[in-house]
Design a protein around this ligand. Sequence first.
Ligand SMILES: [Zn+2]
Length: 354
Amino acid sequence: MTDIIPFLKSLLSVSGLSGFEGPVAKLIEEKWRPLVDETSLSRVGSLHGLKKGSGKEQRPAIMIATHMDAIGLRVSKIRDGFLHITNIGGIDIRVLPGMEVTVHVSGTNEELPAVIAMPSTRLLPESEGDAVIAMNHLLVDTGLTPREVEKNVRVGDLVSFANEPLELAGDVLSGHSVDNRASVAALTVCLEELQNTSHDWDVWAVATVQEENSYLGAYSSAFQLRPQIAIAVDGTHAKGPSANGWQTFPMGKGVGLCIGPNMHPFLHKKLKEVADRTEIPWFLDVTPDHSGTDAYPMQTTAEGIPTALVEFPIRYMHTPVESVAVKDIQRAGRLLAEFIASLEADFVDTIVWE
Ligand SMILES: [Zn+2]
């Protein structure tokens, strides 16, 4: 198995906020191009990679969705040379003060390094002194004079996290956008595994846009490609300090296979069988209601597409230091490849809801 860390680190070093995925899409396209038969962009910017199966024409197809968009910020107001910000996607605002960010000047390729700062506690209203500082008090400082800021920066400009990914000891990688670029890396592992594996089915590898706000990418690609079955890959909450409930899972111990109304039980059963047969460790994640992932839009597209959800645990979700075990990414990729290879031409006819 090839080392996925360098590619994942490059994915964690580019921007690509929800609705503005261009920079990361380009990087993924370059990586996927030699691994698939064709690549294209959907009308809304999702990346499609088609790896053709070896079955007879009119082959069934599976779509694997990994969202490539990331949470971030944008300029909401400019005052005295400082930028006020609002969020793109669900950000944990407790961790923002002290962050390094990049301001993307709209209409140019210019990027301004900046930091997120907040007024001294003594200068804030007494009621806010010791509390989490609300976003409207946070300031982005580019170091430029008010006049230069007025000239360069516009309300609406994007602000992305700028911290570089960090390899922690013990096979853990930390950085912004691990949700969900780690899944893009897992799908890449899957495509690499499929280079030497025969599979009857066509495979649509899809890096979707806008999962963090509207599911636009997964809805539109599932509608366009009409796969017979679909799998979403995404992060779930890892166990950690003060995070030990039933909805958290140990990191580095395997992949999550979800059950719940958003997942097709037959696909879940089949994934479990493949994981057991290939000795890939897994845990069960009971996901009530809407899974909050691309599994939902794919399942509810067109006539309804049988869909499964594969996950791996991430610590500190929706912060700039999301952390993941590299081993889990490789396992998820291998499981996807083994699952695809196991699909027989008539698999769709055997699917029952039970
Ligand atoms: Zn996600």
